[in-house]
Write a protein that binds this ligand. Structure first.
Ligand code: SUG
Length: 455
């Protein structure tokens, strides 16, 4: 037999590819996300889009250099002039911008947001090994909780269809109805647990509230994921009851600023690293996972006494990436804020690294530009477990290698500003700059015409 992998059922060659969002040229701080403490705190500050994009690329490069499979997803077309026109602003592009800036500056900020960088919210993905038809299943998230993110799913869907375009391997599902009952924020509230990436897994969906029925819900801040949305995604992907666990996020955590499960828990392989306040019913959640998983669950629990919720939110310890190494050990990729926080850094050393679990190493990444909007290392990536055949069938140049990294770095340096204030968003020049940048990007990625202005 030749060593060439041609079938689609080769489970031992499955790699988890982390697709990071490339930060867009209009990255700014607009204070748009209610319940996201960092976003609310930093609204109005000047941003540095160039530094933000380069920080993202540096993170991708260092993980690629360390041997992890790394992908990249392009940003969206912003400002979204189509959205402004739909809201009644008319005239030339310049006139539309000026009118929006004078009459509704908050709307202009929203249509300029580079929020698609947080690709953990782009979609929910089920690997082929778990799906009844042996294909990778993808549902873009409707992100209906906020106006600026509700603008993302159309382009996200087109981008994902362009990349995962081979119908023999990939199945794309419609975005759930964009209404509060089916509020969906994608993989930020979805964790797959399995012995190894190529083994069949159990899918943990964490929701903030139940639309129909349900007693407990947060009082202060919105719950962005409903149980009904999570169930619909699992249904679309053909997952059975024995493959799924639906657990409610603790409402007090949401009210403290934990707006997604991935701000308070992260799973990888059989490991679930979580904070005591992650789930409303911690014991029942662990019990059900244990019952359904084919491999022993390895829970790594951080109690409130070790880290209060406030520090969970300010340092984003749980928004780390947990990555599997060839020897089975795991590396935790934490944001710089964890190292700067004495108590959290001590917990990483004494409880996580020294504890009886596979986490053996910690890597610190500076993603401050993103963190000021409430996006840590794990927010910036969408995990897609792919076997060799699936990786080979990708329809665009999105798997990072030295050449692509150099190309994208040069692209950022050519097109990005190093300072953007909320007032700058009304500059018509910025529209021309971003369109030129995105046109150039689609050529470099060979992804086709995914943007509205190209269609
Ligand atoms: O949806 N921030 C994003 C951060 C998303 C983080 N993602 C995960 N945890 N997976 C949000 O709240 C702020 C934009 C602004 O204020 O300018 C923002 O949208």
């Amino acid at each position: 037999m030749s060593g060439d992998v041609t079938s689609n059922d080769v489970s031992d060659d499955v790699l988890e590819v982390n697709f990071d969002g490339l930060v867009g040229p209009t990255h700014n701080y607009a204070g748009l996300a209610h319940g996201n403490v960092a976003s609310m705190r930093h609204g109005g500050l000047a941003s540095n889009p160039r530094e933000a994009a380069l920080q993202g690329l540096a993170k991708m490069k260092s993980l690629m250099d360390a041997g992890y499979a790394q992908g990249v997803l392009p940003p969206q077309q912003r400002p979204d002039l189509g959205a402004l026109r739909a809201l009644g602003f008319s005239g030339s592009n310049g006139e539309v911008l000026t009118k929006a800036a004078t009459e509704a500056p908050q709307i202009l900020r929203a249509v300029c947001s580079a929020s698609s960088m947080w690709t953990a919210n782009a979609a929910t993905v089920t690997p082929s090994v778990d799906a009844p038809d042996g294909r990778v299943h993808i549902t873009p998230a409707n992100l209906q909780s906020s106006f600026h993110r509700y603008l993302e799913p159309d382009t996200t869907g087109r981008v994902l269809q362009a990349i995962f375009r081979d119908e023999r391997h990939f199945a794309h599902h419609p975005v759930l109805p964009a209404t509060p009952a089916f509020s969906d924020e994608g993989a930020a509230n979805h964790t797959r647990l399995a012995a190894e990436h190529g083994d069949s897994g159990v899918h943990l969906y964490v929701y903030g509230r139940q639309a129909f029925g349900g007693e407990r819900a947060p009082r202060r801040y919105p719950a962005r994921q409903t149980r009904e949305a999570s169930q619909a995604v699992a249904r679309q992907h053909g997952l059975s009851e024995s493959q799924t666990v639906f657990a409610q996020q603790h409402p007090d955590a949401i009210d403290a600023g934990v707006f997604h499960n991935d701000v308070i828990a992260v799973g990888n392989g059989p490991v679930l690293l979580y904070h005591e306040m992650a789930f409303l019913d911690e014991q029942a959640t662990l019990d059900e996972l244990r019952r359904k998983m084919a491999t022993p669950l390895i829970p790594v629990r951080v109690p409130v006494e070790a880290i209060p919720l406030e520090d969970v939110v300010s340092t984003y310890l749980f928004n780390s990436q947990l990555l599997t190494n060839p020897d089975g050990s795991m590396t935790l990729v934490v944001p710089g804020e964890c190292q700067e926080h004495e108590r959290v850094w001590r917990v990483i050393q004494d409880l996580l690294l020294a504890g009886y679990n596979p986490i053996s190493d910690v890597v610190v990444k500076d993603v401050k530009q993103s963190m000021r909007n409430g996006g840590g290392p794990a927010c910036l990536r969408l995990r897609v477990a792919l076997n060799a055949t699936e990786r080979r069938s990708l329809g665009a140049r999105v798997l990072l290698d030295e050449a692509l990294h150099a190309d994208l770095t040069q692209w950022v340096e050519r097109h990005y500003r190093d300072r953007l204030t909320p007032e700058d968003l009304a500059d018509p020049q910025l529209v021309d700059e971003t369109l030129a940048a995105l046109d150039d990007l689609t050529r470099r990625l060979g992804i086709g015409n995914v943007y509205p202005f190209q269609r």
